[in-house]
Design a protein around this ligand. Sequence first.
Ligand code: GTP
Length: 345
Amino acid sequence: MRAIILVGGEGRRLRPLTDTRPKPMMPLVDRPFVAHQLDLLRRHGIRDVIFSCGYRPDALRDHFGDGAAFGMRLRYVVDPQPLGTAGAVANAIDLLDDDPVLVLNGDILTDLDLTSMITRHRDLGAHGTIALTPVEDPSAFGLVRLRPGDAVEEFVEKPRGDQLRPGEPFRINAGTYVLERELIEMIPRGVACSIEREIFPAAAEAGHLFGYPSGSYWRDIGTPASYLAASHDVLAGRIETDAPADGAYVGPSVRLGRRAQVDELSCLGAAAAVGYGARIETSVVGSRALVGEGACLSGAIVGARVSIGAGASIEEGAVIGDGASIGAGVRIDGRAPVPTGARVE
Ligand code: GTP
């Protein structure tokens, strides 16, 4: 079976970190985010993957190449203009055969049981099957309602309280689909089109679309807060991954000064340096970043090659773009991100 990973979005909610890399290349603990998705696919025997790219495709191609080094066959298609989530699937159709294809949003961290989802899709004779994940509050998401037997009844985008039925399960689209060629052929070619808003409602209306409710770990890494939480979850072993899950991750060639403290939910990228007595808690520090003596970081995301001066305080929710420079003693809070390359004195 083949998979398509959608990796062409601009990742605006993760700016400025996505100014310099596409969202799937955001480091998550020990490797680019999307490599965790390749691990999941490989665990389920899927080694033939098409990246459907748009924004900054070269970063992926340069890193993963043809996939041989990762034991996979990787190919790339690039949107001529942003095609949306459906257009990006249709853009790969010439690389598909008549078998169903697995489609993953390139910003979902999950250990979903793909094998069992595909089996269920086949047993149902569905044209499309959408993995669903439970949420406590569906008001910020698209609620997916199922009929008995799991055919999709309807999608309710950002439901208000009065649209909810008493006792109904709150399930949302988990960004993982199994699609038959018939369904992909419904997508108009070469124009922007959303799979969630345009294609799935039509397929549900025709009775061909099914849901696959799952209680597996699931997180969309598309915002700074959820990206940081995903990093904590990997380090705490809350999700099955191939990453080391035994506390803090310290990358290759990191230099740690005396009395520096790094807690078990923090990650230090390759060749970062942490000065004497600095304290790093629940944070992600990018490769080649420099953390000065006595600086404190808590719940922060620090880009690559950032320099943080002695005694600076980087607080909960802070996001610092690549190459920025933070002066000694400066306090940065979570109210506004520090742009790429900025100097804050
Ligand atoms: P934001 O700008 O922060 O909303 O991020 P996004 O557009 O990258 O993500 P969104 O959650 O809207 O998209 C879900 C997935 O589809 C992500 O993995 C995106 O990379 C991908 N995607 C979204 N739009 C496109 C597109 O026009 N083309 C391609 N190839 N992929 C897309």
